[in-house]
Design a protein around this ligand. Structure first.
Ligand code: AP5
Ligand code: MG
Ligand code: ZN
Length: 219
């Protein structure tokens, strides 16, 4: 089963991905994490993506689609995966549908984490991410047990370069212009599930798990 996590920057895609991955035993495929990993390792892909990410713009579709299709060609994605941050444009969504269709597969659900714009800035400026496993934390909403250290892997926590107010504003603009139309795209296909992301992290997770268990029962 292939799932997509949709939502604005800071909506909680990375936070909730963890829960879905465990519930469904599927790998987590996060485009932003893949780009940041490439950047850290100084690969060609990282160099191609760097200037776009720094400015809060989208990396061009050609580069992004190629990266994702290569990732899901790996054997751990045979039975599906949880996409986080991909697709983000209509062309990406169509390319993904076409690639899956060739293998007789399709998107099960796009889970849209709905959060009012006014809540996003605080979430992103207060966020710290693990350098090693990319788990997101928040200084108030979801602090680690020990300051600066990841609960899961003891990795170092850092602030993402694009979590500066100016860049966040650009990312939000890009989201509303280029990614919002995907809601309509998946809704028309009967594939959209909306969850209220403006609740406590645990409650958002519970709502998603309830939905997923319902899906499994129907299978
Ligand atoms: P990406 O890494 O995907 O960033 P994003 O979409 O901007 O989303 P975020 O990771 O910022 O937010 P999130 O929804 O994961 O929130 P989180 O769970 O961390 O992309 C980065 C860049 O890479 C893009 O700008 C682009 O350049 C490039 N890129 C990536 N994919 C691409 C694509 N497909 N095409 C082209 N370019 C692409 O939570 C945020 C914070 O809030 C955390 O601190 C968390 O603890 C807290 N929080 C979470 N849930 C709650 C809650 N319910 N209540 C209170 N606090 C909460
Ligand atoms: Mg994320
Ligand atoms: Zn970690």
């Amino acid at each position: 089963m292939f799932f997509i996590l949709l939502g604005a920057p800071g909506a909680g895609k990375g936070t909730q991905a963890d829960i879905i991955v465990k519930e469904m035993s599927l790998p987590h495929v996060a485009s932003g994490d893949l780009f940041r990993h490439a950047l850290k390792n100084g690969t060609e892909l990282g160099k191609q993506a760097e200037s776009y990410m720094k400015a809060g713009n989208l990396v061009p579709d050609g580069i992004t689609i190629k990266m994702i299709l290569e990732r899901i060609a790996q054997p751990d994605c045979n039975d599906g995966c949880v996409f986080d941050g991909f697709p983000r444009t209509l062309d990406q969504a169509k390319a993904l549908d076409a690639a899956l269709e060739k293998q007789g597969k399709s998107i099960e659900k796009a889970i849209y984490i709905e959060v009012p714009e006014s809540a996003l800035l605080d979430r992103l400026t207060g966020r710290f991410v693990c350098r090693t496993c990319q788990t997101p934390y928040h200084k108030k909403n979801s602090p680690p047990k020990k300051e600066g250290v990841c609960d899961k892997c003891s990795g170092e926590l850092y602030q993402r370069a694009d979590d500066k107010e100016e860049t966040i504003k650009e990312r939000l603009k890009v989201y509303f212009a280029q990614t919002m139309p995907l809601l309509d795209y998946y809704n028309k296909k009967g594939r959209l599930f909306r969850v209220n992301g403006n609740q406590h992290i645990d409650q958002v997770g519970k709502d998603i798990v309830k939905f997923l268990r319902g899906l499994k029962q129907k299978k």
